[in-house]
Design a protein around this ligand. Structure first.
Ligand SMILES: NC(=O)c1ccc[n+]([C@@H]2O[C@H](COP(=O)([O-])OP(=O)(O)OC[C@H]3O[C@@H](n4cnc5c(N)ncnc54)[C@H](O)[C@@H]3O)[C@@H](O)[C@H]2O)c1
Length: 335
C-alpha cells in the first residue's frame, strides 16, 4: 500500500461533517509543525483563511510549502515570543507553537518556557484585540505522574518543578493559568485542549526531534537497534493524527465548549516495550532492542479519561493502533 496523506485529510473532513470554518480567519501558531500543518491544511479545505505563524524551530517549511500558493493561506516566519499584531480581523487563534520532543527539553528549555508563557501571552493579546476565540494546545504532561489513571481533567497533577522536564510541564501549566486569567479578567472565549501522545505522518524522526514512534520506525526500517528506556514497562496511549486533528477542530468549532478543558487522546494503554515489538512486527525488521537508562521524571503511566471529550465534543478515537502504525510506517517508507 502506498500511503496518501490526502486520503487522511478526506477522512478528517468526513468525520467533521456538519462542522464548518467557512470564511473564518484562523491564526495557527506553530502551524508548520507536525500537528499544526495538519490543522492548517484541514482548515483550508474547510474554506477558512489561514495565517500560519512559525519560526521553524522544530517545524518544516516542506510541511506547508504545498499550501503557500493558495490565496487563503499566509505563512509568517516569526518567533511568537516577540510581539506581533495584525490589522485584519482574526476569528480564532490556535496557539500550538512549542517544541514538544523530550530531547528538545534538554537543549532548548528557555525557548520552550517562553513559547508557552510570553509567546502564549502574545497570542492572547491578539485574541483580546480582535475578540477572537482562543484555543490552547496543552498536554497530558501537565499531569506529571498522575495520581489517577485513566486520568480525568479534574486531576491536578504531580509535577517536578525543577526537573529535566519542568521547562515543558510547568510551561504548559503556566500556559493554562494564563488562558484562565485572560478569560477571567477580559472575558475571553477560550478553551484548553490537553493532548495526549499523538503520532502519524509528518512527525520528525531525526536527531532531537524523534519521539518514541518515529524513532522506533526509523530504527526498525534502517535495521539499527531500537532504543527502549528502562525495561519498557512504562505505558503511553497513542492517538493517530486524524483522530487528534478532528478532536481539536471539533473543540475549536463549538460555542458550547467555551471555558472547557478537555483531554484529547486515545485511551488504549500500551507499554513502550510492547509498542517497540509491534513496530518490529509490522516492519518485519531484524533490529535488536537495546535497553537504555530511564530518564529521570519520565512518567510511569499515561492514559486519558476521555469521557468529557465523548460527551462534549461527540468525539472518540476511531483509528486503532495497528492501522495507525501501518499508515505511519508506509509514510516513512515513502518520505
Ligand atoms: N504531538 C503530540 O503528541 C503532542 C502532545 C501533547 C501536546 N502537544 C502540543 O501540540 C503542539 C504542537 O506539537 P507538535 O507535536 O506538532 O510539535 P512540533 O515540534 O512538530 O510543532 C511545533 C511547532 O511550533 C513551532 N515553534 C516552536 N517555538 C516557536 C516559537 N517561539 N514561535 C513560533 N513557532 C514556534 C515549531 O517550529 C513547530 O513548527 C505543541 O504545543 C505541543 O506541546 C503535542
Amino acid at each position: 500500500m502506498v500511503y496518501k496523506l490526502g486520503t487522511d485529510i478526506d477522512l478528517i473532513m468526513s468525520n467533521l461533517e456538519g462542522i464548518s470554518f467557512h470564511d473564518q480567519k484562523v491564526l495557527v501558531t506553530g502551524g508548520a509543525g507536525f500537528l499544526g500543518s495538519w490543522i492548517c491544511e484541514v482548515l483550508l479545505y474547510q474554506g477558512a483563511e489561514v495565517i500560519c505563524l512559525d519560526n521553524l524551530a522544530s517545524g518544516l517549511k516542506e510541511n506547508i510549502s504545498h499550501l503557500i500558493g493558495s490565496d487563503k493561506f499566509q505563512f509568517i516566519k516569526h518567533d511568537i515570543s516577540e510581539a506581533i499584531s495584525f490589522d485584519e480581523n482574526i476569528d480564532i487563534v490556535i496557539h500550538m507553537a512549542s517544541r514538544a520532543s523530550p530531547l528538545e527539553f534538554e537543549h532548548y528549555p528557555i525557548e520552550i518556557l517562553k513559547a508557552n508563557t510570553i509567546g502564549l501571552m502574545v497570542s492572547l493579546e491578539i485574541a483580546r484585540a480582535h475578540g477572537s476565540r482562543m484555543v490552547y494546545t496543552s498536554t497530558s504532561e501537565i499531569y506529571g505522574n498522575p495520581q489517577e489513571v485513566p486520568t480525568p481533567e479534574s486531576c491536578y497533577g504531580y509535577v517536578n518543578s525543577i526537573g529535566p522536564r519542568s521547562c515543558y510541564d510547568e510551561a504548559k501549566r503556566c500556559g493554562e493559568a494564563f488562558v484562565t486569567a485572560y478569560s477571567a479578567q477580559y472575558g475571553l472565549d477560550s478553551r484548553i485542549a490537553r493532548l495526549f501522545n499523538t503520532y502519524g505522518p509528518r512527525m520528525r524522526a531525526d536527531g532531537i526531534y524523534g519521539r518514541a514512534i518515529p524513532r522506533f520506525i526509523d530504527q526498525a526500517l534502517s535495521g539499527t537497534e531500537i532504543t527502549v528506556y528502562g525495561d519498557g514497562s512504562q505505558t503511553r496511549s497513542f492517538c493517530y493524527v486524524t483522530d487528534q486533528i478532528e478532536g481539536i477542530l471539533r473543540f475549536a468549532s463549538m460555542d458550547a465548549a467555551r471555558g472547557y478543558v478537555v483531554n484529547i487522546g486515545n485511551d488504549l494503554e500500551i507499554s513502550i516495550l510492547a509498542l517497540a515489538k509491534k513496530v518490529l512486527d509490522i516492519t518485519k525488521s531484524d533490529s535488536e532492542i537495546m535497553y537504555q537508562p530511564m530518564p529521570s521524571d519520565d512518567p510511569i503511566r499515561r492514559r486519558p479519561d476521555i469521557t468529557r471529550a465523548k460527551e462534549l465534543l461527540r468525539w472518540e478515537p476511531k483509528v486503532d493502533l495497528n492501522e495507525g502504525l501501518f499508515k505511519t510506517i508506509e509514510w516513512f517508507k515513502g518520505a
